[in-house]
Design a protein around this ligand. Structure first.
Ligand code: A2P
Length: 326
């Protein structure tokens, strides 16, 4: 299997590498691409030095089987179709293709079956906050979900190295260079751009992607997305209403059945999941303000389960189902 990583110098790109290394993935070649800024930089992988190459229109001529992309939407829009046209499966972490009806948007624990009916070679990896949220909702789907309301508390690592640097910079008392306001000792109730309807693009991503992944096009879902001064791991407060009575013990059993989800009876925080693969669900309780509803708080490492790990789980399904051959 010939693997390419696009955006290899970035936060998610580096995590693709560490997860492939942790899992002992077998491959024949592993090629790293980034912008001209990092071309020539050396990355250590399994004791070898890998040199980052500049991405260009000929990069996919050498016949890759799979490319993991995390280099932003415009890079994906330009280069993913080139890779796909050469028979390379692209697992894309940007939002460029997520809502394309012909492209599967996959969280393997929820809708891996979408990978069996693909028309093309591009697969979209969902938004980080959406991934951890749909893991919870999927376990509740059989109860007939009437309405969902999300509030996210998103770490600065979701903006890549630029976000982390801006947190450090503003913690030292300097002016922000990336976020519109200082993120240190603050929260910013806007992620991505504000749209004419009053929602942010990030909120619309959470709302629309949730419906697509769960295959519930008429689901009523709303979101408020907030950037918080946490280095890594996103939290999402979920309020969910159902058509019927909910048994919390049953919900716990369904959630714990996922290998990467654990319900915790104690209070857990982003620090407890940063660097780990599991999504922790805490504060699970009935919503006393409606007939049939729950509240919970789900926390996950947005760079691992929210991005790189989910993409590699997609790759594992492609291999298991012989769509990609090792
Ligand atoms: P580079 O480091 O050379 O700029 P992050 O989200 O952590 O900031 O990472 C973004 C990743 O996307 C980096 O690896 C970055 O490379 C890469 N990238 C950004 N723009 C391009 C581009 N035009 N072509 C290839 N890679 C790009």
């Amino acid at each position: 299997m010939k693997i390419a990583i696009v955006g290899a110098s970035g936060m998610v790109g580096r995590t693709f590498l560490s997860i492939l290394e942790e899992k002992g993935f077998s491959y024949s070649t592993l090629t790293l691409f980034a912008s001209p800024r990092s071309a020539g930089n050396v990355v250590k992988y399994q004791g070898h030095d890998l040199v980052i190459k500049e991405l260009n229109e000929q990069s996919f001529d050498e016949g890759f089987d799979v490319a993991l992309f995390s280099a932003g939407g415009s890079t994906s829009l330009k280069y993913a179709p080139i890779a796909a046209s050469k028979g390379c499966y692209v697992i894309d972490n940007s939002s460029a293709f997520r809502m394309d009806p012909n492209i599967p948007l996959v969280v393997p624990e929820v809708n891996a079956h979408e990978l069996m009916n693909m028309n093309g070679y591009i697969i979209a990896n969902p938004n980080c906050s959406t991934i951890q949220s749909v893991l919870v909702l999927n376990a509740l789907k059989h109860l007939g979900i009437k309405r969902v309301s999300y509030t996210s508390y998103q770490a600065v690592s979701g903006s890549g190295y630029q976000g982390i640097k801006d947190l450090e910079r503003t913690l030292e008392g300097n002016a922000p260079e990336y976020y519109p306001q200082p993120i240190a000792h603050n929260v910013i109730p806007l992620i991505d751009v504000l749209l004419d309807n009053g929602y942010s693009k990030e909120e619309i991503k959470m709302m629309e992607e949730t419906k697509k992944i769960l295959n519930l096009p008429d689901l009523k879902v709303s979101a408020t997305c907030v950037r918080v001064p946490v280095k890594n791991a996103h939290s999402v407060s979920i309020q969910c209403e159902f058509d019927q009575e909910v048994d919390l013990d049953q919900v716990k059993v369904s959630l714990n059945a996922h290998p990467f989800v654990k319900v915790s009876d104690s209070i857990v925080t982003p620090r407890d999941v940063s660097g780990h693969d599991v999504a922790l669900v805490t504060r699970l309780r009935k919503d006393l303000s409606v007939d049939h509803g729950i509240h919970c708080f789900v926390i996950a490492d947005n760079i691992r389960k929210g991005a790189a790990l989910n993409a590699i789980q997609i790759l594992e399904v492609l291999i298991e189902r012989s769509i990609v051959h090792v």
